[in-house]
Write a protein that binds this ligand. Sequence first.
Ligand SMILES: NC(=O)c1ccc[n+]([C@@H]2O[C@H](COP(=O)([O-])OP(=O)(O)OC[C@H]3O[C@@H](n4cnc5c(N)ncnc54)[C@H](OP(=O)(O)O)[C@@H]3O)[C@@H](O)[C@H]2O)c1
Length: 142
Amino acid sequence: MEEQFWNRRFFILITGASRGFGRTLAHIFSSKVSKDSQIIILGRNKEKLESVKEEIKNDNSNISVNTVNIDLAKPNAAEFQKILEPFKETNYDVYILINNVGSVGDISKDASSFNDNEELTKYYELNVNSPIVMTSVFLKLF
Ligand SMILES: NC(=O)c1ccc[n+]([C@@H]2O[C@H](COP(=O)([O-])OP(=O)(O)OC[C@H]3O[C@@H](n4cnc5c(N)ncnc54)[C@H](OP(=O)(O)O)[C@@H]3O)[C@@H](O)[C@H]2O)c1
């Protein structure tokens, strides 16, 4: 049953995959999906994304991996669409969006110091607006 599930061509987009949970998820999926699957990993740090790409190509050399360095704290539907548009006409068996990205910033700060609205808005954009906009674009295209 499990083998049947994974033995399909997956299209997977993971936000925040240059480290942490996102990177681990990229490893787990890449080692399980069938050949000719596609994984797209997003984050700001280009070097770290490239090194995750190398790692997951080592897990499974028969899949395609694309990296996109982007600041998701500035969600922009047109920009997200540009990333996904080239895959619009594809015919994968399963399409998965993992909205992993998120941050609460410097957790050493205590609650009494959270008073900078500009900073709070940035986290709101990253944690709330960005996944909503990405989901909208993904659903429209796939
Ligand atoms: N760790 C936990 O204990 C825990 C518990 C519950 C929930 N979570 C949630 O799980 C998710 C991942 O957590 P984590 O601990 O793996 O986080 P992490 O280690 O801090 O990694 C965050 C990832 O998001 C990317 N990222 C951060 N800000 C970004 C931005 N503005 N634009 C684009 N990418 C950005 C980072 O890459 P770049 O720096 O390269 O951009 C990195 O790849 C988060 O949503 C978090 O809230 C974590």
